[in-house]
Design a protein around this ligand. Sequence first.
Ligand code: ZN
Length: 391
Amino acid sequence: MESTSTGDRPVVLYLTNGSELMRVGGNALRTAAVDEALHRCAITTTHRVRCVDEEDCAHAAPAEPAAAAGIGQDAAFHNAYCSVAGQRVREVAERVRPDIVVATGLEMWRYLHVAKETTGAAAVLDLVNADSQLAGEIWSVLRSRPDAETFGLDDGVALRRVEAAALSFVDHLWTCTRLDAAALSALHDFPIDNVTVVPNAVTSPAARPQHSGVEQIVYLGRFGWFPNYLAAEFLIDELAPMLARSATPLPIVLAGFGPPASLLRRRLPAAVRLLADPVTIDHLWPDSLLAVPLTLGGGSRLKILEAFAAGCPVVSTAKGIEGIDAEDGVHYLRAETAAEMTDAVSRVTADHTLRENLTKAGFDLLNDAYTPQRLIPLVAGSLRRFTAVRR
Ligand SMILES: [Zn+2]
């Protein structure tokens, strides 16, 4: 299934965030999918960028080019840079001599810059979100909450400067959705022709897993991320009590990494269970329904693709499924309020045929558009722009 012959294959250096903190969750799944696609259409070397002492990195970071772009310490995560890890990127780049360097995650931008500067390769930045716009949207909701500082977020202004600095030198951008592509292009006057939508993807089993019914509602997410925290609050405070009074009083499982102390301390309703830092989520899919009550954008939506792969029915807000070409009533049931969600849960639980139709359509959609296999032509086409000039 290779889409290009060996002779046409560009040499690619793929930089990923090698931090232990990034080994799980949405970014890890995206990185795995992009990595697989790159290996299928290019001679790819994957390098995990990581400080040898990441718990306490004290390796001096050079001021440029961040300082020149007016970026201070206020954007620490997305501007993070370890000079030892940077030197390693330089060495790997000199050895690989890539035609193209690809990096996933805005926080990788300074290492991408190093690799481009070292080799003169074309730089492709693969962004997981339109980060600065998303930060602004989240902050507008978060700012008035007494616990706002728990989440380590701000208005996104510093982040926007980081984004601008990154987009000033990259040759091409990948985004997960058309919405992100349009937002980033407009925010930074970045040519839309130089943006390729490379959707999120998950590996599909050969056949759709079969389940006998719906025994529980699940929600997955990093709970330190405010949109997920807000979703957890909704499930605990609004959906759980309404569901308890309904014809389908199902238990709710909140599974995810890094729940803040405020969530760990909460007295949960009897029907709600918090599964903190699960080693695996595989056992959660059978006989479950995925509820996605997200009201704030971003997040990876990978949880929905994972549900499609697992044959698990999905009930979601429009925001929760944004960016996936799914249709209400065909691939999932849309619900915006606790009452609508209770109703949708009851319908899916009671109606075997509906459940069968939704999960089959979801599984087919996944296989049509959102597996690493489906990314190969998109990635190959995007890389070809640079190799065509060279040859
Ligand atoms: Zn370091």
